[in-house]
Each structure stands twice: as structure tokens, then as C-alpha cells.
Design a protein around this ligand. Sequence first.
Ligand code: HEM
Length: 208
Amino acid sequence: MTAGRLLGNLGLTLVLLTSALIGVYAFLFQAGVAGSPEFHARFETRYVFASMHVLGSGVALLLGGMQFLTRLRTRVPALHRRLGQLYLLMILVGGIGGLGLAPVAHGGLVARVGFASLALLWLVSAGRAWFAIRAGDVVLHRHWMLRNFAMTFAAVTLRLHLGLLQLAGFSFDEAYPLVAWLAWVPNLLLVEWWLGWRGHRDTLRAST
Ligand code: HEM
């Protein structure tokens, strides 16, 4: 196994484990056994959007990483297709819920615009991935799915950044508006950089 592939496998394992952890947290939150009382009180005022968001996004987070497992995709393509359809449906449900929650999110205007932008881009990228595969364009589908999952994974990176900022001395109230952007903008930039690098490498290979 090459160093690059080993690194890739380690990265995907980490993504799957952290996604499972936060995905399970979403269900515990919905069951009322986890999460802060302040969040629960606010979510009660938008119960339908909140439930759509927490349950839909939770399932999407549990499914999303698995779709990048090459073995699953190549050995059981029908399962990849079914899980992919469920993933996109859950994003539709979770994204609409996220849009409904954004106007009341903690952290004022900066956090609210950050979450609303994320919700919109999450829905748009899911739509682009779906249209690409319906048109039979597998490469474009993969690119949009990568962008989309970079945003699904914001549920993990948000909590990571929140913890790190608080360790660095920021209060929760100071950190929250920042993580509404930090949770997803660097993830997306990383994916764009990776797609650009791969495209450049493939062009070089084709010309030699
Ligand atoms: C990617 C698009 C996403 C958007 C736009 C989004 C948006 C939001 C918003 C606006 C809130 C309310 C924040 C507040 O009231 O201050 C929230 C909370 C929450 N979201 Fe998301 N979210 C996304 C992804 C996810 C995913 C993938 C999960 C799966 C675990 C998730 C699980 C939760 C949970 C459990 C809460 C409750 C607050 C907490 O305890 O942290 N979200 N989200």
C-alpha cells in the first residue's frame, strides 16, 4: 500500500468514526438526553424545523462517509445507489430544517447568516450531485458529493472548532458566531484545493 493510500484510509476512518459519534449525538439530542437546556428551549419554539433538522442531518451524517468507501461502491453498487438516494433525501429534510432554524440561531446576525448560507449551499450542492448522476456524469457527481459532504461534516468540525476556541480563551458566546463560518468554509476550501490538485495531476499524467 502506498503512503498516499494509507493516509487516505486513515483519514476516511477518522471521518467515519467522528461522523458516527456526532450522528449518535443528534439522536440523543432529539431524545432530550443530551444538549444544553438553552438549545432545547429555543428548539421547542420551532419544533418541526428543529426535528427535521436534527433527525434528517443526523441520518445524513451517519450515511455520508460510507459513500466514499470504494469497496462498497464497486462491490455493491445497488446499495451505494439506495444509500445515496436516502442521503440526499435526508439532506433535503435536514437542510430545510436548518434554514428554518437559522433565523433564531444563537450568536446573532453573523451566526444566522453563516448557518443560512451553509444550509443553502448544502441543498444546492446536493441538487447538483443528483442532477449530475441522473445525466450519467460520474466525475461531476463525485465532485459535487465531495463538496456536499465537506458541508455535512461541518457538524463535526463545528464542535471541534468550538472546543479549540474555548481552550484558546474565547467564551462560548464569542466563539459561536465564528464557528458558524469556520465549521464549513475551510472544509470547502480544502475540497476545492484537492479537486484542483487532482485535476492538475491528471492533466500532467495524460500529457506524458
Ligand atoms: C450542513 C448543514 C447544517 C446547517 C445549515 C445546520 C444548521 C443548524 C442551526 C441553525 C442550528 C441551531 C443553532 C442554534 O440554535 O443556535 C443547528 C443545531 C444543531 N444541528 Fe445543525 N446544521 C447543519 C448540519 C448538521 C448535521 C450534519 C448534524 C448532524 C449531527 C446537525 C445536528 C445539529 C444538532 C444536534 C443541533 C442542536 C444544537 C447542538 O446541540 O449542537 N447539524 N444546526
